[in-house]
Design a protein around this ligand. Structure first.
Ligand code: GCV
Length: 594
């Protein structure tokens, strides 16, 4: 049957794999059976998508294997882009983007390089991704027009993604009926508003029949939403769901709703509580084609957070978990930070409860796709884990290394990357407290940068101790949003895991962790150890011959490692000095603190 396969599949399948499309094989959509014997690989699937994924699997095989069947754990596996069409005066072409410009938009226009979009589609499909949103969730005036008069450009992108079974989604502004439609309201219960969305959506499907649907950030960080009309987020989401439903479209409605103008003096408001407070009472009220998209942690993609309790509390709502490959708070693709160990631990808790895994992409027009060449591993593993959350993150790392680099580079790359998330955690904000980054660009240390700000991200360090009391007994009550066993585990100092201690508790610097160390000594030890680990990474990379990986790549990684080393020392010294000055407690090992 190979002869009938389209060009894209022949391009993937240039290894001589035998592909059989058999609608009667009993496999569900996207699933495939693969086997390799005597060096010949066979793939059987009921549909073309299954053959596509099976073909990429064939490329990963390096030995004979008995037949096995594979199907995705999550039906929807989406990359979301925070790409602006017009260069934003503060956020640039890609908000929180660290890989050069956008793959889709260039200074107000559609990219002139649609072949690169096809390459990206192929890259994403090879990891199992089947959906992409092509503009920022912060929808500015120019970007809003993608939905109407710039639809033709979206259709061109869709034509490239379609070849790889990837559906295109648009982020839309809840205020579009006003800003684009000239109405005096965007009230979801107003008949004119409904009619406007219905017409706009029908036009989208006229042009893009397999359009995926809308992504919506509403009532969040200044974006418009249903609260302005006294309506709920179910009212808002269901309005869009109703107009998409006839075409099989979906709404990805974000749960990232909190008060970003809070008074830092007000100790009763806890940003961590916000999504649960807003959304859990609405469980069961969302239409069947609404997927509530929840960031994996309750705050905002920090280096260490507990799982969002919203993901554990809405059995009657379709849920998506949102991960962030773009390394906004984890070194901005200047630092090596392999994130899948974090994502795996999240997915081990929530995979059975979500039907979509959404990842904020870290790719851009950079020739290496991701700025830091090693950040490609995060992009790769995000797709692979969405397909199968049970995959071992370190085996995935080795898989990516094997598929990308010569074998001689593998030991060095593995050593550099396998614990890089822990290393990053060691030299940055301690014990789950989060933030402590510079306000605005979020890069580098500024311990009190957010302490007296309206953003709700505080550490409450004083001369005696540090941390946020989120207990039911004496704090904000956030622990009470968890079901058991998490509720009791986080509530009690005796059972709260060390790495999340300061997320849940305010403790004295002399508090003894489960590790046996005091909090202050833990801070000193981890910060010295983290910076030393980065120095060792630099030495390891320098010892690898540039010829093994290519001189350009070797140089690119080397320069970024040098910046990581500089930055880790800055983090170490600012954090250690800050806490030494607050606490007055000396380092037990007498190391230099300023
Ligand atoms: C796209 C954080 C980021 C914002 C981002 C927001 C979100 O606050 O700093 O740049 O906006 O998250 O996820 O909507």
């Amino acid at each position: 049957m190979n002869a009938v396969h389209p060009a894209w599949l022949r391009r993937v399948n240039d290894e001589g794999v035998v592909l059989t499309r058999d609608p009667g094989c009993g496999l569900g959509p996207e699933a495939y059976t693969i086997a390799r014997a005597g060096g010949v690989t066979t793939v059987v699937a009921a549909d073309e998508a299954g053959l596509l994924y099976g073909s990429f699997h064939a490329l990963r095989l390096d030995a004979d294997q008995p037949a096995s069947t594979h199907r995705p754990a999550a039906a929807r596996r989406m990359m979301q882009h925070w790409d602006n069409v017009f260069v934003h005066p503060v956020m640039g072409q890609v908000e929180r983007g660290y890989s050069g410009g956008s793959l889709f938009w260039e200074d107000g226009a559609l990219t002139g390089d649609l072949d690169r979009v096809s390459d990206y589609a192929r890259l994403l499909a090879s990891t199992g991704i089947n959906a992409v949103s092509v503009n920022n969730v912060n929808v500015h005036a120019g970007e809003a027009r993608l939905l109407t008069d710039r639809l033709g450009e979206v259709a061109l992108l869709a034509s490239r993604f379609r070849q790889y079974h990837i559906r295109v989604f648009l982020s839309v502004s809840f205020a579009a009926p006003m800003t684009l439609g000239g109405l005096d309201t965007a009230d979801p219960c107003d008949a004119r508003v409904r009619a406007w969305w219905a017409t706009a959506t029908r036009r989208v499907y006229d042009v893009i029949p397999d359009f995926g649907g809308y992504v919506v950030k509403a009532d969040s960080e200044g974006q418009p939403g249903p609260f302005a009309y006294g309506r709920t987020h179910a009212d808002g989401a269901n309005l869009l769901a109703a107009v998409l439903a006839p075409f099989g479209g979906e709404v990805y409605w974000r749960a990232f709703v909190y008060n970003h103008r809070q008074d830092w003096r007000d100790r009763t408001t806890d940003r961590a509580r916000a999504a649960h407070d807003h959304f859990v009472p609405l469980d069961g009220q969302f239409a069947a084609n609404v997927i509530l998209q929840v960031k994996h942690g309750p705050i905002d993609f920090q280096t260490r957070e507990p799982v969002s309790p919203v993901l554990l509390a809405m059995p009657a709502t379709r849920l998506a978990v949102e991960l962030q490959a773009t390394q906004e708070y984890t070194g901005q693709q200047r630092h090596v930070c392999y994130l899948p160990p974090m994502w795996s631990s999240v997915l081990s808790t929530v995979a059975a409860r979500v039907e979509a895994v959404v990842t904020v992409s870290n790719a851009g027009e950079d020739p290496y796709w991701t700025g830091h060449p090693l950040a490609q591993a995060n992009l790769y593993a995000a797709g692979r884990l969405a397909w199968d959350p049970a995959l071992d993150p370190l085996e995935l790392l080795d898989e990516w290394i094997r598929l990308t680099f010569p074998a001689a580079a593998a030991p060095v790359l593995h050593a550099l990357m396998d614990s890089s998330w822990s290393v990053y955690e060691q030299y940055t904000a301690p014990l789950g407290i989060g933030f402590m980054v510079k306000p605005g660009d979020h890069y580098g240390p500024d311990v009190d940068g957010y302490e007296y700000s309206p953003w709700g991200t505080y550490h409450f360090a004083d001369r005696d101790g540090v941390g946020v009391d989120r207990t039911v007994a004496t704090g904000t009550g956030f622990t009470g949003q968890y079901p058991e066993p998490w509720r009791s585990r986080y509530e009690s100092l005796g059972t709260c895991p060390d790495e999340l201690l300061l997320f849940f508790h305010h403790v004295p610097y002399t508090h003894v962790l489960h590790s046996g160390r005091t909090v202050i000594q833990h801070i000193y030890d981890t910060h010295f150890a983290g910076a030393e680990a980065v120095a060792a990474m630099v030495r390891r990379w320098a010892a690898l011959s540039p010829a093994v990986v290519g001189a350009d790549l070797h140089d690119r990684v080397g320069r970024r490692l040098a910046e990581q080393e500089r930055s880790s020392v800055e983090w170490r010294d600012q954090i250690n000095t800050y806490f030494f000055r607050k606490s007055g407690i000396a380092d037990a090992h007498g190391r230099r603190i300023h």
